[in-house]
Design a protein around this ligand. Structure first.
Ligand code: ATP
Ligand code: NMN
Length: 404
């Protein structure tokens, strides 16, 4: 365990915060159709008004930057950055496969030229990512840590196997994206959030993505429908193991005996990435800090305005010291909320709003409900996660919140 939380004083009202957040969700949309921007929710009504009077400004207007040309997409990086932190056998197999596919004369089976370098942000087989066997895999499992075993294997280790340690463009800011949430279960929407963020970041040209993490909340978060923390951590791992080459799962928060506020979780990442290992190594040998940003949906951000859910000092830490990537969510108007919330507005230059160009509103709540009713959940989440749900008989019982 790290002492991350010691840097932010423990708030005696942590429990109240988490319970209050759960209460908010209990009154949220559970049964009805997912709210659309046209629905008459409090936020939607307000947002329609704001939209009429103040059309949404492009983000870069707020940030005082010009739109970069679309052609400036990622240059491939060296394979060595992707392999660090893997166990040697997995690394060797991975690199052998990588070598085979990059050495194929004249290209692959499809006759198209192959790239001869590896980019962990897109992977070798982008487009067939479920089969991307070249994705670096963790050298250790988190099962023992999640069981709280007092053994060597049970020790907490921060996952770094997909974390890039050097930059392709040192004029940019090295960025690590962290998504906090329940992930009960993780869905394709949760995976898409990171890809949407990646597109926005690449487009903005300010940051270079060094890695992304899921941080599932612990079982102490009193939210109905929450599977055991070890199941949620494992499902998140399964969700990214072969579908992504840059996403990882940090089990630290999930394995804590007490609920950890999001500000504390971000502190933990900062400590692991910067205090413990000194940050990114630059070409001149100097170190630079990783910037850590929270990735969240619009609904979570709107909860910033709800009394008792977030403390003001925490919001200043999250938004001021770290920063937020906010994915629009159907039913929430992020721009209107950003304008209306004083703390959020004061840190707006550290906030990036991501437009969902293809709206995806896959909901974990509904996935759980489908499982319980024996309905299909195929194509809503990766098959490996579906298999885990069935193997472990998750989400079969009644969920108090759903049947109220
Ligand atoms: N459809 C969506 N659009 C944008 N963001 C989303 C969407 N669904 C979830 N998120 C975001 O994903 C993160 C993790 O969500 P979390 O698992 O805690 O809740 P959820 O997906 O709403 O699940 P549940 O249905 O169990 O409440 C949060 O930041 C949440 O705002
Ligand atoms: N005060 C806080 O730090 C605070 C409050 C509400 C939710 N959260 C976090 O937001 C994430 C998502 O929560 P929900 O699943 O309730 O939307 C969780 O990781 C939770 O810990 C943090």
């Amino acid at each position: 365990m790290t002492g991350a939380h010691s840097r932010i004083p423990t708030d005696p009202s942590d429990e109240a915060l988490s319970t209050s957040r759960s209460r908010r969700l209990m009154s949220g949309y559970i049964f009805g159709n997912p709210p659309s921007p046209d629905n008459t929710t409090r936020h939607a009504m307000y947002s329609n008004l704001v939209n009429e009077r103040h059309p949404t400004p492009p983000l870069r207007d707020l940030q005082g930057r010009d739109s970069p040309p679309l052609s400036e997409f990622t240059a491939p990086s060296s394979p060595t950055t992707a392999g660090e932190g893997m166990d040697s056998a997995a690394a060797a197999a991975s690199l052998a496969k990588l070598k085979m596919s990059t050495e194929a004369p004249g290209g692959g089976d499809d006759g198209l030229p192959r790239t001869d370098t590896y980019d962990p942000l897109t992977g070798l087989n982008d487009g067939e990512a479920d089969l991307d066997e070249s994705a670096p895999q963790a050298a250790f499992t988190t099962a023992e840590y999640m069981k709280g075993e007092d053994t060597e294997a049970g020790k907490y280790r921060f996952p770094r196997h997909r974390l890039r340690k050097t930059m392709k463009d040192e004029t940019k800011i090295p960025l690590v994206i962290v998504a906090c949430g329940s992930f009960s279960p993780p869905t394709y929407l949760h995976l898409r959030m990171f890809e949407m963020a990646k597109d926005e970041i690449v487009e903005s040209q300010t940051f270079e993505i060094m890695g992304g993490y899921y941080s599932p909340v612990s079982s102490k978060y009193k939210k109905a429908g929450l599977a055991a923390a070890q199941d949620r951590v494992r499902m998140c791992e399964l969700a990214v193991e072969h579908t992504s080459t840059w996403l990882m799962v940090d089990p630290w928060e999930a394995g804590q005996p007490e609920y950890q506020r999001t500000a504390v979780v971000l502190e933990h990442f900062d400590e692991e990435l910067n205090a413990r290992s000194g940050g990114v190594t630059m070409s001149d040998g100097k170190k630079r800090r990783y910037k850590v940003m929270l990735l969240a949906g619009g609904d979570l951000i709107e909860s910033f305005g709800e009394p008792g859910v977030w403390s003001e000092p925490d919001l200043h830490i999250i938004l001021g010291r770290f920063g937020c990537l906010i994915v629009e969510r159907a039913g929430s108007d992020v721009w209107a909320f950003l304008l209306s919330h004083d703390i959020l507005y004061s840190h707006r230059r550290n906030v990036i709003v991501i437009k969902q160009l293809i709206y995806n509103d896959i909901s974990s709540t509904k996935v759980r409900l489908f499982v319980r009713r024996g309905m299909s959940i195929k194509y809503l989440l990766p098959n490996s996660v579906i298999q885990y749900i069935y193997d472990n008989q998750l989400y079969r019982g009644s969920d108090a919140r759903l049947i109220q």
